[in-house]
Design a protein around this ligand. Structure first.
Ligand code: 6PG
Length: 246
């Protein structure tokens, strides 16, 4: 296991709404900067309720901060093995909360085909994603410390594959996810966590990182040359020291 741990910068917001707003502003700035530097922004979206609130803010934040959506490639960090119109589809969630609200060309929206057998969808998505680093990878974290669809204690965490099929310990079980290698090659990873139910896991993630023994998936997100930001609301940060120095 790779025990390397990158620095993490923590941003605290008073509540979930402020968290979504701050994260949306931050991501919008990162997308604009990537476009200014390289002419396009490779942006990976996550599923989950915390990212959804951020997507809803991002449409506005991106327009006020001058993000040129015609130069954004939207990818997905993970997908559930369901059709794109299913209520559990990460693509559907991102489409409704963000992608259909901004002028992104459909050809730049690269969804994972959850309706295919997961191994086929993963194989196909690896080709779509390619090997260039992501400029921004947005992640949520589950109560068990999973990120994307990389679950604690699973072999997927040590897979060198860029995209792979996985199985969640809860429904919907079959998933397709990018590997840790993709997250750790990203220029910027933004991990969003809200709610008291995740406070002890946040504390554990930071403790494992401090100790240099990252085990939980969220603790193993360590961009090699990029940056890692953890956006927390006060409830998720509830067990941390008032000013954590990570
Ligand atoms: C998914 C995800 C997953 C999610 C976290 C956090 O498809 O389920 O991409 O990694 O981001 O479980 O989700 P919540 O914010 O809903 O807790």
């Amino acid at each position: 296991m790779d025990g390397r741990v990158s620095p993490v910068r923590i941003h605290r917001a008073v509540d979930p709404a402020a968290l979504a707003e701050a994260a949306a502003d931050f991501v919008a700035d990162a997308l604009r900067t990537a476009i200014e530097s390289r002419g396009l922004a490779r942006f990976a979206l996550s599923g989950g309720s915390t990212p959804r609130a951020t997507y809803e803010q991002l449409a506005d934040a991106a327009s006020s901060r001058g993000v040129d959506w015609s130069r954004v490639d939207a990818f997905f960090g993970d997908e559930r093995a369901v059709p794109p119109d299913d209520a559990a589809s990460n693509y559907r969630m991102a489409k409704e909360s963000l992608l259909e609200r901004v002028p992104i060309p459909p050809s730049r929206v690269h969804r994972i085909h959850g309706e295919l057998p997961p191994a086929d969808a993963a194989h196909r998505y690896a080709a779509v994603l390619g090997t260039d680093p992501l400029d921004v990878a947005l992640l949520g974290m589950g109560e068990d410390g999973h990120v994307a669809s990389l679950f604690p204690g699973t072999a997927a965490l040590d897979s060198p594959a860029t995209v792979l099929p996985t199985v969640a310990p809860f429904a919907p079980h079959p998933r397709i996810t990018v590997g840790l290698s993709v997250l750790n090659a990203s220029r910027l990873v933004v991990l969003l966590v809200a709610g008291a139910a995740k406070a002890s896991r946040v504390e554990q993630v930071l403790q494992e990182r401090r100790a240099g023994r990252p085990v939980l998936p969220a603790a193993r997100v360590s961009p090699e040359t990029g940056e890692l930001y953890l956006f927390l609301d006060e409830a998720a940060a509830g067990l941390l020291a008032p000013r954590p120095d990570e």
